[in-house]
Design a protein. Sequence first.
Length: 439
Amino acid sequence: MQQITFGMIGGGTVGSGVFHALDRNGDLLAARLGVRVRLARIAVKALDEPRPYPIPAALLTTDWTAVVHDPQVQVVIELVGGTSIARKVVLAALELGKPVITANKALLSAHGGELFAATRKHGANLYYEASVAGGIPIIKALREGFVGNRITALYGIVNGTCNYILTRMQQEGADFAEVLADAQKQGYAETPPDLDIDGCDAAHKTGLLASLAHGFWVEPKRIYVEGIRHVSKLDLQFARQLGYTIKLLGIVKTLAAPKAKAGARIQVSVYPTLIPKAHVLASVNGIFNAVFVRGDVVGDTLFYGRGAGKDATASAVLSDIADAALDLAHGTHGRVPAFVPHERRGTVAPMDEVVSRYYVRLSVVDRPGVFAKVASILSGAGIGISSIIQPEGHEGETVPVILMLHDAPNAALQKALAKIAKLPAVKAPPVMIRVESCV
Ligand SMILES: NC(=O)c1ccc[n+]([C@@H]2O[C@H](COP(=O)([O-])OP(=O)(O)OC[C@H]3O[C@@H](n4cnc5c(N)ncnc54)[C@H](OP(=O)(O)O)[C@@H]3O)[C@@H](O)[C@H]2O)c1
């Protein structure tokens, strides 16, 4: 049986998971592919570092360049993480014409343009199934499964840490800080947690999904990002009373369909969102990820699974290993191109122009006339109120007032909120969370 030889840089959480999974299912893979996969060398930082799954010392080296340049190594797997050594590894391998597999969304987000250009220049493929939503095969689904569709909407719960925190806040009525501290203790959140809770990790993944779905490279700076720090247990409680839950969503939506000479105009953003409790995404809880994709031919689809962890991520890397092995074995390295620009003139709409519905929570002094002033500012901005709730009970000298607002552009809403915040009776900055029906 033909054999394809792989070299891996990184033998940590994911790397050791890949080694273990290949050890366990290598024969199955060979039987299915008709090609045997051999993992010849693995570069790590420290040979004696304890690993989630042990790797035989004979396979290890601390010299990644030796692995990339090893003439026996036909495909390089980058599982180092970060954007500095990882970028060098990927470029060095591509320049040698060797296909590369990576799980590194931060690297692709920061340097995707350069790396995908290198794949075209050197005729070597870049596979990145594990970079978004761990074990969920969403890259393959978008690239191959939906190749005959225009993707009109995509909603992703793609950060397990945020979903875990929001789920526990919802289920236990607990505060953000309390749940975050516990999540860090249990290993569900990093220390420091900023990359996850400020929405950056979700933005890396959402940008990749948007680029694939719409065929033009979405620059990270075009993505509007809000994390979950400002979501309070009060908001989760009120959301529930109104028939919603709150999820951190990556959103990619077509705002204007492509015309003959212009590409699609799309929204690409990450922010906490009220979604109806009855929507399938509302029942995606804990560390789980899900991606809801709507295609113009297929209709609505949903992908669900573990978004991280050594085994789930290894499963995605194995899928890339299989593709790379088959592509090399059959000389079809362009069969699943990494990224094919096809909507060169597509644009990401500025958030100011994006139209949403809104949940707004105000802390106001309980006296007559306050609501009339708030309503007058909103109507002056052309923003309609769909409902208003004033729950019983005080928070000190103030009472909460919850407004649900009709569709309005973000810029108009922000201006109105700035005016409302200046009213003497409004005692804290207004809390605003966008609302999506996801239908
Ligand atoms: N963890 C997850 O659940 C998950 C999920 C999806 C995607 N990813 C992505 O997968 C990638 C790897 O993540 P991870 O969690 O496996 O990271 P990790 O556990 O920190 O492993 C990193 C590995 O890189 C090695 N390394 C660091 N510097 C090196 C150098 N200069 N030369 C050679 N090896 C070096 C480390 O060696 P030592 O072992 O000797 O320290 C370690 O084996 C990242 O891009 C991450 O974003 C991770």
